[in-house]
Every structure is written in structure tokens, then in C-alpha cells.
Ligand binder design. Structure first.
Ligand code: SAM
Length: 292
């Protein structure tokens, strides 16, 4: 019986036997702590009822633990050097499919239809490549896939932004984009010492879950999303100034904006970071109503 892929000795042995170096440009920091991997799998509550997508399996450390707990696992890896390695390291698991694919170019709906049976919940679990954390999160949220849970590791400071609440310095358009779709919370912090090679900063596991309570339904979702970007564009400017920057300063526009703000009882002088998502939806609806 081989030790877990995640053990530091086996990780080094695998890299050596294939003559591989870690590619910094692809965010290759591999996890070598089985306890952390178990905690990730537990945070995702992976069971045989779940089909799991993994982004960036590396040499298969997390994939192995997912395979032991899930129904099916599909792992998307961009680095062609790792494809034959994964075929070897994951050979003992018959419920894993490795796809050689850039996740940002992947059609997840098509891949899911091809590799999963449609009868299981879909979860996404990954130790993300840090250089593209935000684009990956946005790509996942945009995909028309009904994720039951997304559990991902990222730099701690990005995780803090995703889970931030109104009125804090971390709260911004990324927090809103994520929390508009899902409930977000930081599950635990991971020290940089458990990776080979060590990254510069600590990491955090974030859990995104399908909304249990409130779902937002703006009358014009596209307008809402554009407005959110606009009101956070200049963080130190007031809501009013950012709105003017977006929609204009003519007396007619100003009057419409004033009417909309008064209707939803929001002070024009505040900053966007004070607003809840529900308030932003109300404001967007009021602006649409004024035909701005
Ligand atoms: N899952 C492994 C672990 O936890 O040890 C490796 C995680 S490592 C932080 C990130 C992985 O993502 C690397 O294997 C890297 O090659 C892969 N990767 C980087 N960019 C990618 C992309 N655009 N699409 C898919 N995989 C990518």
C-alpha cells in the first residue's frame, strides 16, 4: 500500500521520478498535509451522493481524497506534463476522470453532461491556482450550473473579500458578485508551511453554499450588475458621485436619481460599501423605474 499522494516524501518522490519542476506561472503549490485535505473534504461534506469537480489536481493529492468519498470526480488540469502523472497516481481509483483543459475555457455544462450521470449533487472542491482566483470564481458563478457547494482554497486576503460584510474595508463588488449568488464564509485558515513549494502568504478555505434564505431578483439583472460595478468604481467617492459618473449629470438625470434614492431611502452622500445587496437591488429597481 502506497502512502497518501499528499505526504511530503511521496510528493517529492513523484516530482523527482517524472523529472518535474513546479511551475510558478501556473500557481503550482502542492498540498502535503493529509489533515488539511481531510478538513477540506469535510468542509465540502463530500459523500457518495456527490459528483465533484476539481480544478487543478496537480499530482492528485486532493483528487485522491475526493475519490475516496465521492461518487464521481472530474478534475481539470491545464499542465500537459501532469496528465501522465495523474494517470499513474490515480490509477487505483475508477471513479476519477482527468480532463486536460484550461478551466477558464471550459464549458462546464458540456463536461458535466459528458462525465456525470445527472442524478447526483454537484460540488466543486479545489486548491485554486492563485494567479487566477478571481476570474475562476466569476467563471463558476456565471456558468449555468447548479452547484450545491463550492469549497475552495485561495489567498487569505481574497477569501476575506469574498466573505466580507457591508461596512468593512474588504466589502466590494467581488463580495457582492459572490454573495448575490451564494452564502459565503471562511471555514479555516491554512498556514503556508503545508505546501511544497511554500507560497508567500497564508491561505484560507472558503465555503460557498446555495442560498438558504434570501434570493435576489432585480427586475433587470444586467442593469443591476453594471450598477454594482459602477458604484464601487471609485471607492472613496460617494454613492451620488459614482452614480453621476455612470449615468450623467444633466438636471433631468439628477432628478431621476434623486427620486430613486428618496424612494428607497438611501442617503446620496454615503459610500457603496455601506449598502447591503438587498438595498442595491432596490436601488437598481428604482433607477430602472425612473427609466434612467
Ligand atoms: N490540487 C493540487 C494540490 O492541492 O496539491 C494542486 C493545486 S495547485 C495550487 C494549482 C493547480 O492548478 C496546478 O496543478 C496547476 O497546474 C493548475 N492550473 C493552473 N491554471 C489552471 C487553469 N487555467 N486550468 C486548470 N488548471 C490550472
Amino acid at each position: 500500500q502506497l502512502p497518501e499522494i499528499a505526504s511530503p516524501t511521496r510528493t517529492r518522490a513523484i516530482m523527482e521520478s517524472y523529472g518535474l519542476t513546479f511551475k510558478k506561472s501556473l500557481g503550482q503549490n502542492f498540498l502535503t498535509d493529509i489533515n488539511i485535505l481531510n478538513k477540506i473534504v469535510a468542509a465540502a461534506d463530500v459523500t457518495p451522493e456527490d459528483d465533484v469537480i476539481e480544478i487543478g489536481p496537480g499530482i492528485g493529492a486532493l483528487t485522491e481524497q475526493l475519490a475516496k468519498n465521492a461518487h464521481q470526480v472530474m478534475a481539470l488540469e491545464i499542465d500537459d506534463r501532469l496528465i501522465p502523472v495523474l494517470a499513474d497516481t490515480l490509477a487505483p481509483y475508477d471513479n476519477v476522470t482527468v480532463v486536460h483543459q484550461d478551466v477558464l475555457k471550459a464549458d462546464l455544462v458540456e463536461l458535466i453532461a459528458k462525465n456525470f450521470d445527472g442524478k447526483h449533487k454537484i460540488k466543486l472542491v479545489a486548491n485554486l491556482p492563485y494567479y487566477i482566483t478571481t476570474p475562476i470564481i466569476l467563471h463558476l458563478l456565471e456558468a449555468p450550473v447548479d452547484f450545491d457547494r463550492i469549497v475552495v482554497m485561495m489567498q487569505k486576503e481574497v477569501a476575506d473579500r469574498l466573505a466580507a460584510v457591508p461596512g468593512t474595508k474588504d466589502y466590494g463588488s467581488l463580495s457582492v458578485a459572490v454573495q448575490y449568488e451564494m452564502d459565503a464564509k471562511v471555514a479555516f485558515i491554512v498556514p503556508k508551511t503545508v505546501f511544497i513549494p511554500q507560497p508567500k502568504v497564508d491561505s484560507a478555505i472558503i465555503v460557498l453554499e446555495k442560498k438558504a434564505v434570501q434570493t435576489y431578483e432585480p427586475v433587470d439583472e444586467k442593469f443591476f450588475k453594471q450598477m454594482v460595478k459602477g458604484i464601487f468604481l471609485h471607492r472613496r467617492k460617494s454613492l451620488w458621485n459614482n452614480l453621476q459618473g455612470m449615468y450623467g449629470k444633466t438636471p433631468e438625470i439628477k432628478e431621476k436619481m434623486q427620486t430613486a434614492l428618496a424612494k428607497v431611502e438611501i442617503e446620496p452622500g454615503i459610500r457603496a460599501e455601506k449598502l447591503t445587496i438587498a438595498q442595491m437591488v432596490e436601488l437598481a429597481d428604482a433607477l430602472v423605474n425612473e427609466k434612467i
